[in-house]
Design a protein around this ligand. Structure first.
Ligand SMILES: NC(=O)c1ccc[n+]([C@@H]2O[C@H](COP(=O)([O-])OP(=O)(O)OC[C@H]3O[C@@H](n4cnc5c(N)ncnc54)[C@H](O)[C@@H]3O)[C@@H](O)[C@H]2O)c1
Length: 388
Protein backbone atom coordinates (compact mmCIF):
# COMPACT_ATOMS: atom_id res chain seq x y z
CA UNK A 1 0.00 0.00 0.00
CA UNK A 2 3.04 2.26 0.29
CA UNK A 3 2.98 5.04 -2.25
CA UNK A 4 3.58 8.75 -2.32
CA UNK A 5 0.70 11.19 -2.88
CA UNK A 6 1.47 14.37 -4.81
CA UNK A 7 0.06 17.31 -2.91
CA UNK A 8 -0.21 21.05 -3.56
CA UNK A 9 -0.28 23.28 -0.46
CA UNK A 10 -2.14 26.54 -1.14
CA UNK A 11 -1.48 29.39 1.29
CA UNK A 12 1.78 27.59 2.06
CA UNK A 13 3.52 30.51 3.78
CA UNK A 14 0.91 31.25 6.44
CA UNK A 15 0.44 29.63 9.84
CA UNK A 16 -1.52 26.62 8.61
CA UNK A 17 0.49 26.30 5.39
CA UNK A 18 3.67 25.94 7.41
CA UNK A 19 2.16 23.35 9.81
CA UNK A 20 0.71 21.35 6.90
CA UNK A 21 3.95 21.42 4.87
CA UNK A 22 5.96 20.26 7.87
CA UNK A 23 3.45 17.52 8.70
CA UNK A 24 3.50 15.95 5.22
CA UNK A 25 7.25 15.71 5.44
CA UNK A 26 7.14 14.13 8.92
CA UNK A 27 4.77 11.26 8.09
CA UNK A 28 7.52 8.62 7.65
CA UNK A 29 9.18 9.60 10.94
CA UNK A 30 6.00 9.32 13.00
CA UNK A 31 3.81 6.74 11.29
CA UNK A 32 6.19 4.98 8.89
CA UNK A 33 5.66 4.73 5.15
CA UNK A 34 3.41 1.70 4.74
CA UNK A 35 0.11 3.68 4.84
CA UNK A 36 1.27 6.23 2.32
CA UNK A 37 3.56 9.23 2.27
CA UNK A 38 3.33 12.60 0.57
CA UNK A 39 5.44 14.49 -1.92
CA UNK A 40 4.94 18.24 -1.89
CA UNK A 41 4.64 19.03 -5.59
CA UNK A 42 3.54 22.67 -5.26
CA UNK A 43 3.83 25.47 -2.75
CA UNK A 44 1.46 28.33 -3.59
CA UNK A 45 1.25 31.64 -1.78
CA UNK A 46 0.29 35.20 -2.66
CA UNK A 47 3.43 36.51 -0.95
CA UNK A 48 6.29 36.12 -3.47
CA UNK A 49 9.15 36.83 -0.97
CA UNK A 50 7.78 34.32 1.57
CA UNK A 51 7.31 31.80 -1.22
CA UNK A 52 10.88 32.18 -2.33
CA UNK A 53 12.12 31.33 1.17
CA UNK A 54 9.71 28.37 1.53
CA UNK A 55 10.69 27.07 -1.91
CA UNK A 56 14.32 26.80 -0.79
CA UNK A 57 13.22 24.49 2.04
CA UNK A 58 11.27 22.19 -0.31
CA UNK A 59 13.53 22.27 -3.37
CA UNK A 60 11.57 19.69 -5.39
CA UNK A 61 8.32 21.67 -5.17
CA UNK A 62 7.18 24.01 -7.91
CA UNK A 63 6.08 27.43 -6.65
CA UNK A 64 3.45 29.90 -7.80
CA UNK A 65 1.52 32.88 -6.51
CA UNK A 66 -1.51 31.62 -8.47
CA UNK A 67 -3.42 28.63 -7.02
CA UNK A 68 -4.82 27.86 -10.49
CA UNK A 69 -1.38 26.68 -11.67
CA UNK A 70 -1.30 23.90 -9.06
CA UNK A 71 -4.95 22.92 -9.53
CA UNK A 72 -4.34 22.54 -13.29
CA UNK A 73 -1.33 20.23 -12.87
CA UNK A 74 -2.52 16.73 -13.90
CA UNK A 75 0.08 15.02 -11.69
CA UNK A 76 -1.32 16.55 -8.47
CA UNK A 77 -3.74 14.25 -6.61
CA UNK A 78 -4.45 16.23 -3.46
CA UNK A 79 -5.20 19.94 -3.11
CA UNK A 80 -4.62 21.26 0.41
CA UNK A 81 -6.34 24.62 1.04
CA UNK A 82 -4.81 26.86 3.74
CA UNK A 83 -6.06 30.11 2.18
CA UNK A 84 -8.24 32.74 3.89
CA UNK A 85 -11.83 31.57 4.43
CA UNK A 86 -13.52 33.41 1.56
CA UNK A 87 -11.44 31.49 -1.02
CA UNK A 88 -12.21 27.98 0.27
CA UNK A 89 -15.35 27.32 -1.75
CA UNK A 90 -14.05 28.71 -5.04
CA UNK A 91 -10.74 26.84 -4.85
CA UNK A 92 -12.22 23.57 -3.52
CA UNK A 93 -14.85 23.57 -6.27
CA UNK A 94 -12.25 24.16 -8.99
CA UNK A 95 -10.08 21.35 -7.55
CA UNK A 96 -12.95 18.85 -7.26
CA UNK A 97 -14.06 19.60 -10.82
CA UNK A 98 -10.49 18.80 -11.92
CA UNK A 99 -10.85 15.41 -10.18
CA UNK A 100 -8.56 16.24 -7.24
CA UNK A 101 -9.03 15.01 -3.68
CA UNK A 102 -9.44 18.03 -1.39
CA UNK A 103 -8.35 18.73 2.16
CA UNK A 104 -9.67 22.14 3.19
CA UNK A 105 -9.04 24.15 6.32
CA UNK A 106 -12.09 25.14 8.31
CA UNK A 107 -14.51 26.78 7.78
CA UNK A 108 -15.29 24.64 4.73
CA UNK A 109 -17.28 27.37 2.97
CA UNK A 110 -18.96 30.73 3.43
CA UNK A 111 -22.47 29.24 3.51
CA UNK A 112 -24.14 25.85 3.89
CA UNK A 113 -25.34 26.10 0.29
CA UNK A 114 -21.73 26.33 -0.88
CA UNK A 115 -20.70 23.45 1.41
CA UNK A 116 -23.56 21.30 0.08
CA UNK A 117 -22.39 21.94 -3.48
CA UNK A 118 -18.85 20.82 -2.60
CA UNK A 119 -20.03 17.67 -0.80
CA UNK A 120 -22.27 16.79 -3.77
CA UNK A 121 -19.53 17.24 -6.39
CA UNK A 122 -17.11 15.15 -4.30
CA UNK A 123 -19.70 12.37 -3.85
CA UNK A 124 -20.56 12.34 -7.54
CA UNK A 125 -16.90 12.08 -8.52
CA UNK A 126 -15.94 9.65 -5.72
CA UNK A 127 -13.23 11.93 -4.33
CA UNK A 128 -11.73 11.99 -0.84
CA UNK A 129 -12.61 15.07 1.21
CA UNK A 130 -11.54 16.28 4.61
CA UNK A 131 -12.07 19.43 6.66
CA UNK A 132 -9.13 20.54 8.82
CA UNK A 133 -10.46 20.75 12.36
CA UNK A 134 -7.32 19.19 13.92
CA UNK A 135 -8.31 19.45 17.63
CA UNK A 136 -10.63 16.40 17.72
CA UNK A 137 -7.81 14.24 16.37
CA UNK A 138 -5.97 14.47 19.67
CA UNK A 139 -6.30 10.85 20.88
CA UNK A 140 -7.93 11.99 24.16
CA UNK A 141 -11.09 12.59 22.11
CA UNK A 142 -10.95 8.98 20.85
CA UNK A 143 -11.17 8.03 24.54
CA UNK A 144 -14.16 10.40 24.94
CA UNK A 145 -15.89 8.90 21.89
CA UNK A 146 -15.24 5.37 23.09
CA UNK A 147 -16.73 6.15 26.52
CA UNK A 148 -19.83 7.68 24.88
CA UNK A 149 -20.27 4.94 22.24
CA UNK A 150 -19.89 2.16 24.81
CA UNK A 151 -22.79 3.66 26.80
CA UNK A 152 -20.70 4.33 29.91
CA UNK A 153 -22.27 7.75 30.48
CA UNK A 154 -25.73 6.68 29.27
CA UNK A 155 -27.90 8.96 27.17
CA UNK A 156 -26.45 12.42 26.68
CA UNK A 157 -28.67 15.11 28.19
CA UNK A 158 -26.49 18.21 28.32
CA UNK A 159 -23.49 19.56 26.37
CA UNK A 160 -21.55 22.63 27.49
CA UNK A 161 -18.55 24.01 25.60
CA UNK A 162 -16.56 27.11 24.86
CA UNK A 163 -13.57 28.35 22.89
CA UNK A 164 -11.98 31.75 23.49
CA UNK A 165 -8.85 33.66 22.53
CA UNK A 166 -7.81 37.20 23.42
CA UNK A 167 -6.11 38.05 20.12
CA UNK A 168 -8.54 40.94 19.55
CA UNK A 169 -9.33 41.49 23.25
CA UNK A 170 -7.49 44.81 23.30
CA UNK A 171 -9.65 47.35 21.40
CA UNK A 172 -6.37 48.73 19.97
CA UNK A 173 -5.19 45.37 18.65
CA UNK A 174 -4.67 45.91 14.91
CA UNK A 175 -7.00 44.83 12.15
CA UNK A 176 -6.31 41.49 10.42
CA UNK A 177 -7.95 39.57 7.59
CA UNK A 178 -9.93 37.51 10.08
CA UNK A 179 -11.89 40.66 11.04
CA UNK A 180 -12.72 41.48 7.41
CA UNK A 181 -16.15 40.22 6.35
CA UNK A 182 -14.99 40.04 2.74
CA UNK A 183 -12.11 37.63 3.52
CA UNK A 184 -13.76 35.86 6.48
CA UNK A 185 -17.53 36.21 5.92
CA UNK A 186 -18.56 34.21 9.00
CA UNK A 187 -16.11 35.82 11.46
CA UNK A 188 -15.58 34.05 14.76
CA UNK A 189 -18.56 31.77 14.09
CA UNK A 190 -16.82 30.00 11.20
CA UNK A 191 -13.37 30.53 12.67
CA UNK A 192 -13.68 29.30 16.26
CA UNK A 193 -17.31 28.25 16.53
CA UNK A 194 -16.79 25.66 13.80
CA UNK A 195 -14.21 23.93 16.02
CA UNK A 196 -16.73 23.60 18.85
CA UNK A 197 -19.35 22.45 16.33
CA UNK A 198 -16.94 19.75 15.13
CA UNK A 199 -16.76 18.36 18.69
CA UNK A 200 -20.56 18.50 18.86
CA UNK A 201 -20.96 16.58 15.59
CA UNK A 202 -18.37 14.02 16.60
CA UNK A 203 -19.39 13.38 20.19
CA UNK A 204 -23.07 14.27 20.60
CA UNK A 205 -24.76 14.26 17.18
CA UNK A 206 -26.52 16.61 14.83
CA UNK A 207 -28.07 19.88 15.96
CA UNK A 208 -31.77 20.35 15.17
CA UNK A 209 -32.32 23.99 16.27
CA UNK A 210 -30.56 26.88 17.97
CA UNK A 211 -30.75 30.46 19.12
CA UNK A 212 -27.64 32.63 19.04
CA UNK A 213 -26.49 36.11 19.92
CA UNK A 214 -23.58 37.24 17.70
CA UNK A 215 -21.89 40.61 18.15
CA UNK A 216 -19.13 42.84 16.87
CA UNK A 217 -17.51 44.04 20.09
CA UNK A 218 -14.96 46.51 18.66
CA UNK A 219 -16.11 48.24 15.49
CA UNK A 220 -12.90 49.89 14.26
CA UNK A 221 -9.29 48.80 14.55
CA UNK A 222 -5.97 50.42 13.55
CA UNK A 223 -4.35 49.19 10.35
CA UNK A 224 -0.76 47.96 10.80
CA UNK A 225 0.84 46.40 7.72
CA UNK A 226 1.66 42.73 8.15
CA UNK A 227 -0.15 42.30 11.49
CA UNK A 228 -1.42 38.76 11.98
CA UNK A 229 -1.59 36.20 14.78
CA UNK A 230 1.69 36.18 16.64
CA UNK A 231 3.03 39.51 15.44
CA UNK A 232 3.61 42.51 17.69
CA UNK A 233 2.50 46.00 16.71
CA UNK A 234 3.66 49.28 18.20
CA UNK A 235 1.05 51.93 17.42
CA UNK A 236 2.00 55.50 16.48
CA UNK A 237 -1.55 56.73 16.98
CA UNK A 238 -1.75 57.98 13.40
CA UNK A 239 -2.86 54.70 11.81
CA UNK A 240 -5.84 54.52 9.49
CA UNK A 241 -8.78 52.73 11.09
CA UNK A 242 -10.52 49.76 9.43
CA UNK A 243 -14.10 48.69 10.02
CA UNK A 244 -14.57 45.24 11.63
CA UNK A 245 -17.28 43.65 9.49
CA UNK A 246 -17.80 40.22 11.03
CA UNK A 247 -18.66 38.70 14.40
CA UNK A 248 -16.26 38.93 17.39
CA UNK A 249 -18.26 36.88 19.93
CA UNK A 250 -21.21 34.49 20.13
CA UNK A 251 -23.36 32.85 22.82
CA UNK A 252 -25.78 30.13 21.81
CA UNK A 253 -28.30 27.62 23.07
CA UNK A 254 -29.13 24.56 20.97
CA UNK A 255 -31.03 21.29 20.86
CA UNK A 256 -29.58 18.14 19.32
CA UNK A 257 -31.59 15.67 17.25
CA UNK A 258 -31.24 13.17 20.13
CA UNK A 259 -32.95 15.64 22.50
CA UNK A 260 -29.79 16.76 24.35
CA UNK A 261 -29.50 20.45 25.25
CA UNK A 262 -26.43 22.51 24.39
CA UNK A 263 -24.92 25.74 25.68
CA UNK A 264 -21.89 27.15 23.86
CA UNK A 265 -19.90 30.38 23.79
CA UNK A 266 -16.85 31.50 21.83
CA UNK A 267 -14.97 34.70 21.03
CA UNK A 268 -11.71 36.36 19.99
CA UNK A 269 -12.09 39.16 22.54
CA UNK A 270 -11.74 37.33 25.89
CA UNK A 271 -9.02 39.52 27.37
CA UNK A 272 -6.41 37.38 29.13
CA UNK A 273 -7.67 34.05 27.75
CA UNK A 274 -4.73 33.15 25.52
CA UNK A 275 -6.49 29.99 24.38
CA UNK A 276 -9.41 28.30 26.10
CA UNK A 277 -11.26 25.26 24.80
CA UNK A 278 -13.47 23.09 27.00
CA UNK A 279 -16.40 20.70 26.84
CA UNK A 280 -18.53 18.95 29.42
CA UNK A 281 -20.93 16.17 28.43
CA UNK A 282 -23.51 15.00 30.96
CA UNK A 283 -25.39 11.73 30.53
CA UNK A 284 -27.88 9.62 32.48
CA UNK A 285 -25.15 7.35 33.92
CA UNK A 286 -22.08 9.58 34.07
CA UNK A 287 -20.22 12.43 32.47
CA UNK A 288 -16.96 13.52 30.86
CA UNK A 289 -15.11 16.83 30.92
CA UNK A 290 -12.16 18.14 28.87
CA UNK A 291 -10.09 21.30 29.19
CA UNK A 292 -7.33 22.24 26.71
CA UNK A 293 -5.18 23.42 29.64
CA UNK A 294 -4.73 19.69 30.36
CA UNK A 295 -4.89 18.71 26.71
CA UNK A 296 -4.33 14.96 27.10
CA UNK A 297 -6.60 14.47 30.12
CA UNK A 298 -10.25 13.51 30.30
CA UNK A 299 -12.28 13.68 33.48
CA UNK A 300 -14.78 10.84 33.79
CA UNK A 301 -17.54 10.36 36.34
CA UNK A 302 -19.71 7.27 36.60
CA UNK A 303 -22.70 6.36 38.74
CA UNK A 304 -21.32 2.78 38.70
CA UNK A 305 -18.88 3.80 41.45
CA UNK A 306 -20.25 3.08 44.88
CA UNK A 307 -21.91 5.84 46.84
CA UNK A 308 -19.32 7.56 49.01
CA UNK A 309 -16.55 6.92 46.47
CA UNK A 310 -18.04 8.77 43.55
CA UNK A 311 -16.07 11.58 41.97
CA UNK A 312 -14.35 12.57 38.73
CA UNK A 313 -11.35 10.43 37.84
CA UNK A 314 -8.57 11.69 35.58
CA UNK A 315 -7.70 9.65 32.50
CA UNK A 316 -4.46 10.55 30.73
CA UNK A 317 -4.27 9.16 27.21
CA UNK A 318 -1.13 7.06 26.78
CA UNK A 319 0.61 4.49 24.59
CA UNK A 320 -2.28 2.01 24.87
CA UNK A 321 -3.71 4.30 22.15
CA UNK A 322 -1.78 3.43 18.96
CA UNK A 323 -1.90 7.01 17.66
CA UNK A 324 -0.41 8.33 20.91
CA UNK A 325 2.19 5.54 20.89
CA UNK A 326 3.36 6.64 17.43
CA UNK A 327 4.72 9.78 19.12
CA UNK A 328 5.51 8.93 22.74
CA UNK A 329 5.99 5.87 24.96
CA UNK A 330 4.79 7.43 28.24
CA UNK A 331 1.36 8.87 29.13
CA UNK A 332 1.00 12.57 29.96
CA UNK A 333 4.15 13.62 28.07
CA UNK A 334 1.42 15.30 26.03
CA UNK A 335 0.54 15.74 22.41
CA UNK A 336 -0.26 19.34 21.46
CA UNK A 337 -1.77 21.18 18.54
CA UNK A 338 0.91 20.34 15.96
CA UNK A 339 0.65 16.63 16.76
CA UNK A 340 -3.14 16.77 16.22
CA UNK A 341 -2.43 18.29 12.80
CA UNK A 342 0.21 15.63 12.15
CA UNK A 343 -2.35 12.90 12.89
CA UNK A 344 -4.94 14.59 10.67
CA UNK A 345 -2.53 14.97 7.76
CA UNK A 346 -1.35 11.35 7.94
CA UNK A 347 -5.03 10.34 7.87
CA UNK A 348 -5.71 12.53 4.83
CA UNK A 349 -2.83 10.88 2.94
CA UNK A 350 -4.03 7.45 4.06
CA UNK A 351 -7.54 8.27 2.77
CA UNK A 352 -6.15 9.20 -0.64
CA UNK A 353 -4.08 6.00 -0.79
CA UNK A 354 -6.85 3.64 0.40
CA UNK A 355 -9.98 5.52 -0.70
CA UNK A 356 -11.33 5.22 2.87
CA UNK A 357 -13.10 8.46 3.86
CA UNK A 358 -12.34 9.66 7.38
CA UNK A 359 -14.23 12.09 9.61
CA UNK A 360 -14.78 15.00 9.13
CA UNK A 361 -15.52 14.78 5.41
CA UNK A 362 -17.28 17.55 3.48
CA UNK A 363 -20.60 15.93 4.56
CA UNK A 364 -19.76 16.80 8.18
CA UNK A 365 -18.38 20.13 6.96
CA UNK A 366 -21.79 20.80 5.47
CA UNK A 367 -23.58 20.15 8.78
CA UNK A 368 -21.05 22.30 10.65
CA UNK A 369 -21.60 25.09 8.11
CA UNK A 370 -25.37 24.73 8.61
CA UNK A 371 -24.80 25.46 12.32
CA UNK A 372 -22.68 28.51 11.40
CA UNK A 373 -25.42 29.78 9.07
CA UNK A 374 -28.08 29.18 11.71
CA UNK A 375 -26.11 31.18 14.33
CA UNK A 376 -25.83 34.20 12.04
CA UNK A 377 -29.44 33.90 10.91
CA UNK A 378 -30.80 33.46 14.44
CA UNK A 379 -28.84 36.44 15.73
CA UNK A 380 -30.10 38.64 12.88
CA UNK A 381 -33.70 37.55 13.46
CA UNK A 382 -33.44 37.34 17.28
CA UNK A 383 -35.18 33.92 17.33
CA UNK A 384 -34.73 30.12 17.37
CA UNK A 385 -34.03 28.69 13.92
CA UNK A 386 -34.37 25.05 12.81
CA UNK A 387 -31.60 23.12 11.04
CA UNK A 388 -32.95 20.62 8.53
N1 LIG B 1 -7.67 24.03 11.90
C1 LIG B 1 -7.18 24.99 12.67
O1 LIG B 1 -6.98 24.81 13.88
C2 LIG B 1 -6.83 26.32 12.05
C3 LIG B 1 -5.97 27.21 12.71
C4 LIG B 1 -5.64 28.41 12.07
C5 LIG B 1 -6.19 28.71 10.84
N2 LIG B 1 -7.05 27.85 10.24
C6 LIG B 1 -7.64 28.16 8.92
O2 LIG B 1 -6.62 28.10 7.95
C7 LIG B 1 -6.81 29.11 6.96
C8 LIG B 1 -5.55 29.96 6.88
O3 LIG B 1 -5.35 30.58 8.14
P1 LIG B 1 -3.89 31.03 8.63
O4 LIG B 1 -4.01 31.34 10.07
O5 LIG B 1 -2.89 30.05 8.18
O6 LIG B 1 -3.76 32.39 7.80
P2 LIG B 1 -2.44 33.16 7.43
O7 LIG B 1 -2.86 34.58 7.18
O8 LIG B 1 -1.35 32.89 8.40
O9 LIG B 1 -2.01 32.48 6.04
C9 LIG B 1 -2.76 32.62 4.86
C10 LIG B 1 -1.76 32.56 3.69
O10 LIG B 1 -2.51 32.61 2.48
C11 LIG B 1 -1.82 33.47 1.56
N3 LIG B 1 -2.82 34.00 0.62
C12 LIG B 1 -3.81 34.88 0.85
N4 LIG B 1 -4.54 35.08 -0.26
C13 LIG B 1 -3.96 34.30 -1.24
C14 LIG B 1 -4.27 34.05 -2.60
N5 LIG B 1 -5.30 34.63 -3.20
N6 LIG B 1 -3.48 33.18 -3.28
C15 LIG B 1 -2.44 32.58 -2.70
N7 LIG B 1 -2.10 32.77 -1.39
C16 LIG B 1 -2.86 33.62 -0.67
C17 LIG B 1 -1.21 34.54 2.44
O11 LIG B 1 -0.10 35.17 1.79
C18 LIG B 1 -0.79 33.74 3.67
O12 LIG B 1 0.53 33.27 3.60
C19 LIG B 1 -8.05 29.90 7.39
O13 LIG B 1 -9.16 29.48 6.65
C20 LIG B 1 -8.22 29.57 8.86
O14 LIG B 1 -9.57 29.58 9.29
C21 LIG B 1 -7.36 26.66 10.82
Amino acid sequence: MSRSVKVAVLGACGWMGKVHTMSYQNIPFIFGSDKGTAEIAWLVDGSAPALEKAGRLVPNAQTSTDWRAAVADPSVELIDICLPDSLHHQVAKAALLQGKHVYCEKPLANTATEARELADIAAEKGLVTRVGHAFPRNPIHDVAKDIIDSGEIGDIKLFKACQHVDVLGDPNAPFMWRADGKLAPTGIVGDTGSHVFSFMERLVGRVSELIADCAIVTHKRPVVAGFNYGSAAALSGTEDMAEVTNTDATNLLCRFENGAMGIVDFSRVATGRKFMQTYEIYGTKGSIAYDYDEVNRLRFYTNEDRVGRRGFREIDVGPENATYAAFLPIANFALGYNESKQIEIAEVVRSVVTGEQMWPTFESGHHITQIVDACLDSSRRRQWVPIT
